[in-house]
Each structure stands twice: as structure tokens, then as C-alpha cells.
Design a protein around this ligand. Structure first.
Ligand code: HEC
Length: 223
């Protein structure tokens, strides 16, 4: 009489074997550091970039834009180096997306100057007549709400202190409000006078767009 004629014993034994298999192949790797690559070159978002990312999600930009360059020749030629797992270490949730009504944005950082983004967000159709991207000019009329910036970075475990976050906000504000800011002209065109000395939602989303893929590009230029 083999084990196959004892259904209960057989069921219990197979359950045990499957459980061991699952533990070894799923649960142990889940907590192994080697399956969670963290690279020295990928830096977390600054608090302002993170606010921009939140606005990106709020507005559903990810419904039209993906953020992952696949390792295919045509994609690499169009967008640049394909996306690696560790680049998304600070992304919660991921914004890989699944629809490409607009182009992929994973390598858009540094592709255009800030002034381009102010003009493009204000009026995509002003730049590309047939673009179906909605205009987001009103973002420049909303002051950026930074009251939860520190809380957000600490929940995500970026390791900034409250004064780091304040410093990042001040730094970004002085950058975009400076007389010498290269995008001053296009920023002033879209930002109402009373907000020109403040950070707006548009400033934050542009800071975020300029961060996308920047760490990878920096790494490549260092090579
Ligand atoms: C209805 C779909 C749609 C939505 C929603 C949308 N876009 Fe776009 N986007 C496009 C299309 C189409 C293009 C290409 C034509 C153009 O540049 O206007 C584009 C182009 C872009 C580009 C230029 C990319 C490049 O490499 O040239 C950026 C940056 C961008 N969008 C950012 C955003 C942001 C930020 C949001 C959310 C606030 C957003 N888009 C929402 C459709 C969309």
C-alpha cells in the first residue's frame, strides 16, 4: 500500500511540501537585502520634488504617461538608458503606468530647460498644435502647500530632519524667485504677481519632472 491510497496523509504531506517551497522561494527572498537593491547613485526626492510628485498623482498624469523605459532598442533610442529596478527605490507608489497617450517621462529630467516646462504646462497646444494634453496653467495660480512636507518625507523614510525640509523649501524658493533664474521670463508670464515670490504647484511639479532620470544621467556623464 503506497501513500497514494491514503488521501488524508497525502494531502497533509503535499501541503507541507508546498509550504516549505513557498517559504524558501517567496518569503525568505522577500526579506533578503540582495533582493532590495539600493544604489549609491539614486537619491531620494527633495521635499519639493515629492510635493510635485503628489501633484502629478493628484492630476493623474500617470494615466497618459508611463515612467519606465523598456529594454528594447526602439525605446532606448527614443528615451535613453532603460529603467533599472533600483531607480524606483524611493517611489511609493510606483508610477510606471500602463498607457502611453503621451511619451514616457522616466528620462525627461534635464531634457528641456525649466522655461520649456512653464510654457508647455501653460499650453501644450501652443507648442504642439495637435497635443491632446490638457493645459495646466492654473497650477501656477496655486500656492504650494508645504505644511505636511516634513511628515510625508518622514513617513517614506527619506531621513530628512525638519530643518532639512525647511532648507530644501527655502532653497527651491530662492532658486525660482531669483532675478537670475534662467526661466524667470516664462515663469513670470504664467505666475500671477502676488505669487511670484512664493512656491507654486507648477514650480513643484517642474522640480519633480527635472528629477526624473537625473541620477542615472549624472552617473552616465561621470563614466
Ligand atoms: C490626456 C493625456 C495627457 C495627460 C493627462 C497629460 N499629458 Fe503630458 N503629454 C501628453 C501628450 C499627447 C504629449 C505629447 C505632446 C506634447 O508634448 O504636448 C505630452 C507631453 C508631455 C511632456 C513632454 C515630454 C517630452 O519628452 O517631450 C511632459 C513633460 C508632460 N507631458 C508632462 C505632463 C504632466 C506633468 C501631466 C500632469 C499634470 C501631464 N503631462 C498630463 C498627454 C497627456
Amino acid at each position: 500500500m503506497g501513500i497514494t491510497s491514503k488521501p488524508v496523509v497525502f494531502a497533509v504531506l503535499s501541503a507541507v511540501v508546498i509550504l516549505i517551497g513557498t517559504t524558501v522561494t517567496v518569503f525568505i527572498p522577500l526579506f533578503m537585502p540582495s533582493t532590495q537593491p539600493v544604489s549609491a547613485y539614486v537619491k531620494p526626492y527633495t521635499s519639493v520634488e515629492l510635493e510635485g510628485r503628489d501633484i502629478y498623482m493628484r492630476e493623474g498624469c500617470n494615466n497618459c504617461h508611463t515612467q519606465t523605459v523598456r529594454p528594447l532598442r526602439t525605446e532606448v533610442l527614443r528615451y535613453g538608458e532603460y529603467s533599472k529596478g533600483e531607480e524606483f527605490a524611493y517611489d511609493r507608489p510606483f508610477l510606471w503606468g500602463s498607457r502611453r497617450i503621451g511619451p514616457d517621462l522616466n528620462r525627461v529630467g534635464g531634457k528641456y530647460p525649466d522655461s520649456w516646462h512653464y510654457r508647455h504646462l501653460q499650453s501644450p497646444q501652443g507648442m504642439f498644435e495637435k497635443s491632446n494634453m490638457p493645459p495646466y496653467g492654473w497650477m501656477a495660480k496655486n500656492k504650494l502647500d508645504t505644511q505636511y512636507s516634513y511628515k510625508k518625507t518622514s513617513i517614506l523614510g527619506y531621513g530628512y530632519t525638519e530643518s532639512d525640509v525647511q532648507q530644501q523649501i527655502v532653497q527651491c524658493r530662492s532658486k525660482v524667485t531669483a532675478e537670475s533664474y534662467p526661466a524667470k521670463e516664462s515663469r513670470d508670464q504664467v505666475t500671477p504677481p502676488e505669487l511670484r515670490n512664493d512656491l507654486t504647484e507648477m514650480d513643484a511639479i517642474i522640480a519633480y519632472l527635472q528629477k526624473l532620470g537625473r541620477d542615472v544621467k549624472n552617473l552616465e556623464t561621470k563614466k
